[in-house]
Ligand binder design. Structure first.
Ligand code: NI
Length: 208
């Protein structure tokens, strides 16, 4: 248990270090322009994140990225067995949806994508998603389908088996992606961003 905790903490730290570096690289390939914009999202805007996918929702329906074209999306990758971070972040997305005006919230589809398709069946996601915003769509799929969508969104996740535990856990990166109607990345929010930070940022981004 202790070893698992340490591994988890190290993995989270590594992800926190590695992801900004990775994004810094992509950002660095573009010409730097001075922007007075202090939005949480601005350093990430325009990064090539996302792409086509085919998955299954909590009602067993096939869903693709095409189903959400024309809508804004808040997307989070995680797993329903996650003890702390995933529920906190999904709760945060729920709070953001509640803080936005109903007009803005209506234009946003909150989506949870499982990085643990082995245990996150549509049936188990059905029970999980009702803990959060009523419009949440939970997506899972075959491991190949999940690998493809993870790659498109540059999501890191890895199964971790500890010999003292009968079950495994999953280390994963934790970002809330805010995607525009044409699937362009508008913002990426971190664990430290509060619902109010995110709400304000989204309000600014949807105004334009
Ligand atoms: Ni998690």
């Amino acid at each position: 248990m202790k070893i698992l905790k340490i591994i988890q903490i190290i993995a989270i730290i590594l992800v926190l270090i590695a992801l900004p570096l990775a994004f810094g690289y992509y950002q660095g390939t573009k010409t730097q322009e001075a922007k007075p914009d202090n939005s949480v999202a601005s350093p990430m805007a325009g990064v090539a994140i996302g792409g086509p996918y085919t998955l299954i929702d909590q009602d067993g329906q096939v869903r693709t990225d095409e189903d959400f074209k024309g809508e804004y999306k808040l997307i989070y990758f995680g797993f329903s067995y996650c003890p702390a971070i995933c529920p906190t972040e999904l709760q945060k997305m729920t709070a953001v949806m509640a803080q936005l005006t109903p007009e803005l919230a209506a234009q946003i589809q909150p989506i949870f994508i499982s990085v643990d398709p082995e245990r996150d069946t549509p049936e188990s996601l059905k029970g999980y998603m009702i803990l959060f915003h009523e419009r949440f769509i939970g997506l899972t799929g075959t491991s190949e389908q999940i690998d493809a969508v993870k790659k498109a969104y540059r999501v890191y996740s890895r199964k971790v088996q500890d010999e003292t535990m009968s079950d495994y856990t999953v280390d994963h990166s934790s970002y809330i992606y805010f995607m525009g109607p044409d699937d362009q990345l508008l913002g990426m929010y971190r664990i430290k961003d509060t619902p109010m930070d995110i709400t304000k940022d989204i309000m600014g981004l949807m105004k334009d």
